[in-house]
Design a protein around this ligand. Structure first.
Ligand code: GDP
Ligand code: IMO
Ligand code: MG
Length: 430
């Protein structure tokens, strides 16, 4: 068995793109299993920066097969924009390197309109979505009216489904949300072009991935978002509409859960979040600003400043439980250089009691007070460090403390955005 999962164990933007690209060296197949172009995965290779949204980060390697699984919601416009962007940077994207599930649901223009109008209607209670149509597309999937990739490439089916969906959506958009109706002909014309373009990429990806696993090929599953944005176990309703953890792999890639050998939780050495919702260790002060500036914490998709805070072991423990994490990859460790002391949250206090998991309601999470342990910091620049032993002792102690509090070994750490700025502690072997 040779299937690995790389997943975000906080609120997203942990550095999944960088680690997927790094581990993809050893993999033959890289699979996205959930989310859509709400993701923004940055990969830096030899001073060149690539921003990926929908296409797996394995695409930067030649001769890897990249898979967009059935659990992903696909905006075809975003897909072909990304293909053009990559080709412009010299990265080949052919049907030999990329396949798309016939069962993946399509993001339609009305999903994007609905996402924006619903956010507006929520007013001060908005979720802060990326407005890419993710929630409305998954809503249609589970309501059983969605349009899938296999429908797009069948002219009659597509026309009929588009007509009936658009009629219902336009009523809702105009009569309930006060928006403007969308034009059938315009969408039909645009999507018919995508149908032709996407056809060569379409396959039953579940069978392809299963066969690769059976042939004992290395398969890497790349999560998008983070486990705290999980639709069930995240900070609901301030979440995304899928399962970003290892718990989403079998559903979103169409393979059984017992094939997964390892699940690597990607975490930052601190915590960030974009969009609204509770964030117990958030720092609304100069320290938070300093972390934002040092870590360049601005969203890849929306360019919004990310909210910043101290490392939260309660969050990572919850992710470890949900995804059976077998290891941690600790990212952006270099950003923590320069502090006199560093705080780390080991539990929450709620109603006078210490708790170690997130409560179900936003109200209760907002009442949680972080219980901190304070550790001495370090001042040295660590961006050129190549081993654990080269790290300042206080930094080594910080890593050991994280391992102790999250009950999981740190298998790798990262001291800069480049592929080369990665240190492997305990071998990760496919
Ligand atoms: P993802 O969504 O999980 O793939 O993460 P993003 O790409 O949205 O955000 C992570 C950011 O941190 C990117 O700009 C990366 O280039 C950058 N990055 C990744 N690892 C490191 C690191 O160890 N140090 C620093 N300074 N930046 C890093
Ligand atoms: P990557 O893969 C961080 C957040 C949005 C919002 C909530 C719901 O780059 O880590 P959505 O558009 O999904 O309905 O928005 O989820 N969000 C992310 N936050 N990283 C991401 O992806 C995110 N994708 C969605 O900001 O709070
Ligand atoms: Mg991101």
């Amino acid at each position: 068995m040779s299937a690995f999962v790389v997943l975000g164990a906080q609120w997203g933007d942990e550095g999944k793109g960088k680690m997927t690209d790094y581990l993809a060296e050893e993999a033959e197949v890289v699979v996205r299993f959930q989310g859509g172009n709400n993701a923004g995965h940055t990969v830096e290779v030899e001073d060149k920066q690539y921003k990926l949204h929908l296409i797996p980060s394995g695409i930067l390697h030649d001769e890897k097969l990249n898979v967009i699984g059935n659990g992903v919601v696909v905006d075809p416009k975003a897909l072909f924009t990304e293909i053009d962007y990559l080709e412009g940077l010299g990265v080949k994207v052919t049907p030999e390197k990329l396949i798309v599930s016939d069962r993946a649901h399509l993001i339609m223009p009305y999903h994007i309109t609905l996402d924006k109008l619903k956010e507006k209607a929520r007013g001060k209670n908005d979720i802060g979505t990326t407005c890419k149509g993710i929630g409305p597309c998954y809503t249609d999937k589970f309501e059983r009216s969605g349009i899938r990739v296999c429908d797009l490439i069948n002219k009659e089916v597509f026309e009929e489904k588009l007509r009936s969906n658009l009629e219902a959506k336009n009523k809702y958009i105009t009569q309930v949300l006060g928006g403007e109706a969308l034009d059938f002909e315009e969408i039909h014309r645009e999507y018919s072009k995508y149908a032709e373009k996407i056809a060569p990429f379409v396959q039953d990806t579940s069978v392809v991935v299963y066969n690769k696993i059976k042939e004992d090929k290395n398969v890497l599953f790349e999560g998008a978002q983070g486990a705290m944005l999980d639709i069930d176990y995240g900070t609901y309703p301030f979440v995304t509409s899928s399962h970003p953890g290892a718990n989403g792999v079998s559903e979103g890639a169409g393979i059984g859960p017992l094939y997964i050998k390892e699940a690597i939780g990607i975490i930052k050495a601190y915590t960030t979040r974009v969009g609204s919702g509770p964030f117990p260790t958030e720092l609304n002060d100069a320290t938070g600003d300093l972390i934002r500036e040092r870590g360049h914490e601005y969203g890849t998709v929306t360019e919004r400043p990310r909210r910043t805070g101290w490392f939260d072991a309660v969050v990572v423990n919850q992710s470890r439980r949900m995804s059976s994490l077998t290891g941690i990859s600790l990212m952006l460790l270099d950003v923590m250089s320069g502090f006199d002391t560093i705080k780390i949250c080991k539990a929450y206090k709620l109603d006078g009691k210490e708790i170690y998991g997130l409560p179900a309601t936003v109200k209760d999470i907002e009442r949680c007070e972080p219980v901190y342990e304070e550790l001495p910091g370090w001042k040295e620049d660590i961006t050129h460090v190549k081993s654990f032993e080269e790290l300042p002792v206080n930094c080594q102690n910080y890593i050991r403390k994280i391992e102790e509090l999250v009950h999981c070994p740190v298998r790798m750490f990262s001291v800069g955005p480049d592929r080369e700025q990665t240190v492997v502690l305990k071998d990760i072997k496919f």
